[in-house]
Design a protein around this ligand. Sequence first.
Ligand code: SF4
Ligand code: SF4
Length: 99
Amino acid sequence: MTYVITSNCTQDGECVDACPVDCIAPRKSDEGFGEGVMLYVNPDECIDCGACEPVCPAEAIFSEDNLPDEWQSFIEINRLYYQDAAAAEAAARAYRDSH
Ligand code: SF4
Ligand code: SF4
């Protein structure tokens, strides 16, 4: 299981500060932080601690088990970011623009 960020994300970085294993990107020190579409959880590194969810002011983070149907595609979009960031950003932008 993992946590999943959705395109409600406003990129304020609160979850990045809360995550104990640093598995949310981009990080505040990364070039382009805040200039993309959203942030993404690395599902291979997330330890499912839940620390990110309550600090999110946008209600953009869900545990995979509680992810509403409308956001199911973001399980793959979060994973995709760690393989092809540009493709994940394009998919997230397309979703956001169509909703
Ligand atoms: S559940 Fe914990 S480990 Fe996973 S992204 Fe959130 S804060 Fe990080
Ligand atoms: S706390 Fe929520 S809105 Fe802020 S960067 Fe994380 S997911 Fe996005």
